[in-house]
Design a protein. Sequence first.
Length: 308
Amino acid sequence: MSMILSASVVRVRDGLPLSASTDYDQSTGMQECKKYFKMLSKKLSQLPDRCTLKTGQYNINFISSLGVSYMMLCTENYPSVLAFCFLDELQKEFITTYNMMKTNTAIRPYCFIEFDNFIQRTKQRYNNTRSLSTKMNLADMQTEIKLRPPYQISVSELGSANGFSHLTVGEYKGTGKISAAPHQRLEPVTLPGIVSFVLSLLCGALNLIRGFHAIESLLQNEGEDFSYVIAFFLGTAACLYQCYLFVYYTGWRNAKSFLTFGLICLCNMYLYELRNLWQLFFHVTVGAFSTLQIRLRQPQGKSPDYNV
């Protein structure tokens, strides 16, 4: 009999379980699948926002959005169109019920365990497929799944289910390789973002050129201060790191951008005697503008649209 067996809500960045269904099936197959649940939870930030893992008699499906992942376990013959409709319904209810700030600051597991009531009710409805056919536009969902099918994760990519929480670098079907480093897509680049990126590169190049000139001056005049050379090269490194933060997602990205901007300000304060006010204003303004663009270009938080 095809049916949904289990479901859980997990925070993406660290795999903290926020809520889960109460499961009465304690068979060996279910216990093995729950191990896969835990392994996937630790790797959600590395995975696409819609995935399927086939584990013999069972399938694990999940979607991720706004820093939260919704996972479910079903039998292998359960229709994927219904599986992702079920996950989408969980997502909409969870977002409506709970403030995202609370999910981001939660520190203990299952702090939203009361959401289990909704999971159980929804699971019962989706296990009775006859009652769903008149309430959902399955044709639209099937079209969406066909146009953007879930990424298929193989069991071998997870390593061993017995104690190893390690995801081997491998290829998803039709997607190429996925990096072992945490990766999350950022929002599309805007014109101000491109301008800030180019200006940061320009400031980095200016600092680098002045740094080499300072080295030449130091070699010709022994009385020159070597600390100026350090300040120029630190300014170069800070500008280039701002470019990196704008392009790639990393942990504590906003905090790093503010610290980098602080370093740019300190370097320019130290170089006050070697630069006029307009040059100082230009470098500090570009640093502030780049920091703002880094802050505005956040990880994609678009909720998957299944047209349900």
